[in-house]
Design a protein around this ligand. Structure first.
Ligand SMILES: Nc1nc2c(ncn2[C@@H]2O[C@H](COP(=O)(O)OP(=O)(O)O)[C@@H](O)[C@H]2O)c(=O)[nH]1
Ligand SMILES: [Mg+2]
Length: 293
């Protein structure tokens, strides 16, 4: 049998479970997941390697109407993921407004590649409702094959995976067979820190934060990391650090434990908070933080 290889883009609105699904399909914790919208900011690849095939999944930010520069880049990541895919996995769930997002759905329909439509979170619904959604979606994207599933409960994800493998084009692997992502180690460190900030802070704080890993020194059994947490304004710095530094300490401790699990090494993590005024709207800062293709 010839070797198969292809790019599979996972797209859809914010919060429908794209990152949860990708992690499930890849079997690694590549993308961070929270209940807040816009948790995913970049296009993140997760690679599945098998003797007979290689699948390169792309997790993407949810499709949003940009209201500042960073969101423009986020939308670009989602659009570009349609352009180079061999297969599109469009994710919706049992709670989102089905009418949202019509422009993007038009692009999905015109992509010229097979579309697998996932109705996620069926654990929150019942058979009758899911059948109703199935009929509606069959009407919206007639060419799509529809997979009702639950990413968190790992229900029916196996059938989706099997179908993806069947639809993969023949070809040689694009990445080394020992790689599971194209993102550098530093990226995962910054994402795990950002995840804790998304979990523990409210309002605009999580959205105003960007993380730079200034130092990442890996030795045989330990890694020393120095992370700079940028916020946009002075008042945010105070909130982030918290009374007697307790809030920031919690972020550091929880992130360190996750980073240790990820790299299977001891981790020494130092965090510093700095202000970078309005970085989310500044082209130069965004470039520096990697928001370009
Ligand atoms: N009940 C339920 N919740 C889910 C499921 N999949 C994802 N979620 C939750 O939905 C939220 C958003 O998930 P995430 O993967 O970050 O969504 P994304 O923004 O599309 O990447 C998180 O709180 C997940 O735990 C599912 O199958 N069932
Ligand atoms: Mg996500």
């Amino acid at each position: 049998m010839a070797h198969k290889s292809g790019f599979v883009s996972i797209v859809g609105n914010p919060n429908v479970g794209k990152s949860t699904l990708m992690n499930r399909l890849v079997g690694e914790r590549i993308s961070i997941i929270t209940s807040k919208s816009q948790t995913t900011r970049h296009r993140i690849k997760g690679i599945v390697n098998h003797e007979d095939y290689q699948i390169v999944f792309s997790d993407t930010p949810g499709v949003v109407k940009p209201s500042y520069k960073m969101q423009e880049y986020m939308l670009e990541f989602s659009k570009s993921a349609l352009g180079d895919a061999d297969l599109i996995v469009y994710v919706t769930d049992v709670v989102e407004d089905i009418k949202k997002n019509e422009d993007f759905i038009e692009k999905v329909k015109k992509s010229g590649v097979p579309v697998l439509l996932v109705i996620n979170k069926i654990d929150l619904s019942n058979q009758e409702k899911v059948e109703g959604l199935y009929t509606e979606w069959a009407d919206i994207i007639p060419q799509a094959e529809i997979f009702p599933l639950s990413a968190t409960e790992d229900f029916n994800v196996g059938n989706l995976f099997k179908r993806i493998v069947e639809l993969l084009p023949e070809g040689e692997p694009f990445f080394g067979k020992d790689e599971f992502t194209d993102m550098p180690a530093r990226f995962f460190v910054s994402e795990l820190i950002r995840e804790k900030i998304l979990l523990h802070y409210e309002r605009e704080i999580p959205y105003s934060v960007e993380i730079e890993i200034e130092e990442f020194k890996e030795e045989k059994t330990k890694i020393s990391i120095r992370a700079i947490i940028y916020v946009e304004r002075d008042s945010q710095k105070g909130i982030l650090i918290g009374h007697k530094g307790e809030a920031l300490k919690r972020v550091g401790t929880e992130a360190r434990m996750d980073i240790e699990r990820f790299f299977e090494k001891h981790v020494f993590l130092t965090t510093v908070v700095k202000i970078k005024k309005d970085w989310r709207s500044k082209e130069d800062d965004l470039k520096k933080f990697g928001y370009t293709q």
